[in-house]
Ligand binder design. Sequence first.
Ligand SMILES: Cc1cc2nc3c(=O)[nH]c(=O)nc-3n(C[C@H](O)[C@H](O)[C@H](O)COP(=O)(O)O)c2cc1C
Length: 218
Amino acid sequence: MNYNQNKTNIADLRISYTKAKLNIEETDSCPIKQFEKWLDEAIEAKTIEATAMSLATVNESGQPSVRTVLLKDFNSEGFTFFTNYESRKASEIDSNQNVGICFFWKELERQVIITGSASKISKEASEKYFKSRPIGHQISAWVSTQSSKIPNREWMVTREKELINKFSDGAVPCPEFWGGFQVLPREIEFWQGRKNRFHDRIIYRLEKTNWLRSRLSP
Ligand SMILES: Cc1cc2nc3c(=O)[nH]c(=O)nc-3n(C[C@H](O)[C@H](O)[C@H](O)COP(=O)(O)O)c2cc1C
């Protein structure tokens, strides 16, 4: 069966990327600073969920899986996101720290790909961020047995009510099974879409303690 019987032919859907260019000389010698510049521009451009990133992990059989998470912090130590430590992604990271991250800022015709290794952040740092979350999100972290099968939506609603009652007297504590991962980058690639698929790709690779920059063919 073909998708496009009476609809738009998706094979004909394409746009030309013309918004900007990326020269190696104009990039910052530090990829974290370059990332900060692009993230700032994505936020300024009012990109929806500018901090949303695809996170790829690999299971013990070598099967990759991918999902979206939100970037909550970054610096030279790495890129931090928060999740359930019993989720599929977390158990995959437990057995294989190698992960991939991809940001796609459509409005700017830009992509950033990060390759690195993920590890848990400290309990204190997770608790600090957990405290800053809206209470509804804090309760959700307790309710969700992320990635496990559940009977139906009502099961969650009932659990939510029980937990709201349980924590009605004070602050909601950060669950033991919830916290952050920090991805320490080994490679960071900046991709700028160009006309006729002549895209610009600048990759930074960590050699010992130095970031080396090169241009890749599109
Ligand atoms: C825009 C967006 C943001 C998301 N942010 C997070 C997040 O920060 N942390 C998280 O655990 N899941 C987040 N999710 C849900 C994940 O994509 C995913 O469904 C969930 O983490 C379970 O993944 P897993 O079963 O592969 O572990 C987000 C989903 C979307 C679409």
